[in-house]
Structures are given as structure tokens and as C-alpha cells.
Design a protein around this ligand. Structure first.
Ligand code: HEC
Ligand code: HEC
Length: 312
């Protein structure tokens, strides 16, 4: 390097040294950094060092350094949740002490129950019944007023509590015989009774059909003489066009040949009574819920307990 290169060129106007960097005739001045900037920078470094010590900062194999303050966002979340739970508890206590009728007459408690039931439904029931409780083959739609085991809030509560064929002592249980598989009826008899059943929902059946007699002696005990269903046995109404296992002749033949016996788990022990009651109210208000008429009320006073308006 020559002396020429070492010599620092000064800017003519400001008298400040240049760095020797030049772009199209623009030269960079070698000004010191502004004081305020340096101090902000130093403060940031100090703050960063303090932060590493006080807060969880560096990842380690076991998670992260803990920080001297012991702060974690999990704790903060817990506190927030505790606050929400505290607020809910006021409602929950009142809900737990109130009967279904009382809840239905109290719009605030009612919408609390519907909201809680709706959340619990999405978590526990939607897998089988669908997010909108619309059901699918083998899993009943809970929005319509076609009930296997009863659509009063008390009936629904019992169904949810102990399940259907769940193995629980209190479960709703019945077993349609497998008329074909267990050779209870001959193939022609099954054919005739299926024709009779198929015709019922289409308004084409009559008691002159050969299937009628077979139905009365083999099926009416559960499905009813008029085939409108029997809730003591969870036997579906066969005269409407709502089918749990399909509407075609093949579907119905298959139901009669080899009965299904759908299983619904018991929820009381898993979710607790309060959640099950919220679920019962939620399912009841979906659209098909029937009015509960408490006996005492009917005897003394002809007022029917109205279902509170639908909560949004
Ligand atoms: C593993 C699948 C499954 C889950 C999960 C499930 N169910 Fe069911 N549920 C069924 C089946 C199957 C039936 C019909 C059983 C039958 O054939 O009688 C049923 C029937 C019902 C009925 C009776 C309907 C009627 O017509 O009488 C209600 C009410 C019900 N479920 C509510 C619920 C609620 C509430 C939950 C969530 C806590 C739930 N179910 C979770 C499978 C399920
Ligand atoms: C012991 C009572 C019982 C008897 C007897 C009985 N059923 Fe059933 N049946 C049921 C029950 C309970 C179900 C619902 C099964 C389920 O959900 O898994 C059912 C379901 C059906 C279904 C399916 C309905 C649908 O919505 O998909 C058909 C069809 C049917 N039964 C026809 C018959 C015929 C025909 C006979 C006589 C030959 C008969 N059942 C005898 C109890 C009975």
C-alpha cells in the first residue's frame, strides 16, 4: 500500500473524515454514531441479559431455562381459566340445584345449559352422531322427532346417562331377533314381511297381505300392532320414512335377517351428572324434543311446561 491510499480524505464542506467508500461520486462520512443510539443499544443489551436471567429463555434438552422469576405462560393460562371457571361456577351451582323444569323456565340458566351441552356434544358425541347431530346409518339423527327411546328431557337424560346396550346395569336394552340368521322365519316369510314393512311407509300395505300375519305374530310385540314403534324396546317406527339402517328392500331385508343392535356408550360415569344434564337439555332443544309434563302439575293445573326459546 502506498501513502496515498492511507491518507484520509476530508469532506470539504463539513470537514469530517470520509471512510473512502464512494458510490457514483457520493462519499461516506466517518461520523461517530449518535450518542442516543449508542445508549439505546447498550440498554437493549443490558435488558436482553436481564431477560435471559429472569425469564425462561434458552432452549435446553429438558425444555428451557426456567428464569429466576419462575414465570410461565402455563401459570398465566391457569389463572385466566380459574377466573372463567369461577364465573361459570355461579351458574353451575344454580344449574346443579335446579330441576329440568326450573332450568327450562329460566332463560339464563337454559342458555348456559345449552351452551355447555353443545360444547360437550362436539367433544363426545359428534364422532357418532355428526357435528350437527344429523346422524348417519346406524346412528340416529337427534334433530327430528323420531325417537327410539323417548324424546322427553328425562328420557334423553336416561339414554345418555347409561347408554344403549352398553353393558351398564341401567342401560336401555333390547334385542331384535335375527330372523334369518337364527332360522326363526323362512326366506319366503322374510320376503313377505319385508314387503309388508316396505309398503307401510309408502301407504301400500294392508292386512290382507301375507306379511301382515307374520308381522303381528313376530314383530308387533316390539314394533307395535300398528308398527309405529315401541319405546320400551327402542323399536323404531316402521311406518314413517325415517330409517336408521337404510330404506331399500335390501336394507330392510338385512335388518330382519340379521338384527343390528346398535350400541351407545354410557356417559354418566365419564362426564359426570352435570354435563349429562346439560347434554340432555342440548339434545332436547335440537328440534325434536317433546314436552315433559310433570305429573303433579298436570293433576292440579292444566299448564304445560313450555320449552324456553331456542338459545343462539
Ligand atoms: C360410539 C358411537 C356413539 C357415541 C359416541 C354416542 N352415541 Fe348416541 N347413539 C349411538 C347409537 C348406535 C344409538 C342408537 C342405538 C339404538 O339402536 O337404539 C344412539 C342413540 C342415542 C340417543 C337415543 C335416540 C333416540 O332416538 O331415542 C341419544 C339421545 C343419544 N344417542 C345421544 C348421545 C349423546 C348426547 C352422546 C354424547 C355424550 C352420544 N349419543 C354419543 C351411538 C353413539
Ligand atoms: C325384541 C323386539 C323386536 C322384535 C320382536 C322385532 N324387532 Fe325390529 N327392531 C327392534 C329394535 C330394538 C330395532 C333397532 C335396532 C338397533 O337400533 O340396532 C329394530 C329395528 C328394525 C328395523 C330397522 C329399522 C330402521 O329404521 O332401519 C326393521 C326393518 C325391523 N326392526 C323390522 C322388524 C320385523 C319385520 C320384525 C318381525 C319379523 C321385527 N323387527 C321384530 C326390536 C324388535
Amino acid at each position: 500500500m502506498t501513502d496515498d491510499h492511507k491518507k484520509v480524505e476530508k469532506d470539504e464542506i463539513s470537514g469530517v473524515d470520509t471512510t473512502g467508500h464512494e458510490w457514483d461520486g457520493l462519499k461516506e462520512l466517518n461520523n461517530p454514531l449518535p450518542r442516543w443510539w449508542v445508549w439505546v443499544f447498550v440498554a437493549c443489551c443490558v435488558w436482553a441479559a436481564w431477560y435471559w436471567v429472569v425469564y425462561p429463555a434458552w432452549p435446553t434438552l429438558a425444555g428451557a431455562t426456567k428464569g429466576s422469576s419462575g414465570y410461565t405462560q402455563y401459570d398465566e393460562l391457569k389463572e385466566n381459566q380459574a377466573e372463567i371457571i369461577e364465573r361459570q361456577k355461579a351458574y353451575l351451582d344454580k344449574f346443579n340445584e335446579s330441576s329440568f323444569e326450573e332450568v327450562m323456565k329460566d332463560p339464563e340458566l337454559y342458555s348456559f345449559a345449552v351452551a355447555g351441552g353443545s360444547a360437550a356434544f362436539k367433544d363426545n358425541c359428534a364422532t357418532c352422531h355428526g357435528t350437527g347431530a344429523e346422524g348417519s346409518k346406524g346412528f340416529p339423527n337427534l334433530n327430528d322427532d323420531d325417537w327410539l327411546w323417548g324424546g322427553k328431557v328425562g328420557d334423553i337424560y336416561q339414554t345418555i346417562s347409561y347408554g344403549i346396550r352398553s353393558g351398564h346395569d341401567e342401560a336401555r336394552t333390547s334385542q331384535m331377533p335375527s330372523f334369518g340368521k337364527d332360522a326363526i322365519l323362512k326366506k319366503e316369510e322374510i320376503d313377505s314381511v319385508v314387503d309388508y314393512v316396505l309398503g307401510l311407509s309408502e301407504g301400500k300395505s294392508n292386512d290382507k297381505m301375507p306379511g301382515y300375519a307374520i308381522f303381528q305374530s313376530n314383530c308387533a310385540a316390539c314394533h307395535g300392532e300398528d308398527a309405529k314403534g315401541g319405546r320400551d324396546f327402542g323399536a323404531p317406527n316402521l311406518t314413517d320414512s325415517i330409517w336408521l339402517y337404510g330404506a331399500t328392500k335390501e336394507d330392510i331385508t338385512s335388518s330382519v335377517y340379521n338384527a343390528h343392535a346398535g350400541v351407545m356408550p354410557a356417559w354418566q360415569s365419564r362426564l359426570g351428572d352435570s354435563t349429562v344434564r346439560q347434554l340432555a337439555i342440548y339434545v332436547h332443544q335440537l328440534g325434536g324434543g317433546e314436552k315433559d309434563v310433570p305429573k303433579a302439575v298436570v293433576e292440579t293445573d292444566p299448564v304445560i311446561v313450555e320449552t324456553a326459546p331456542k338459545a343462539e
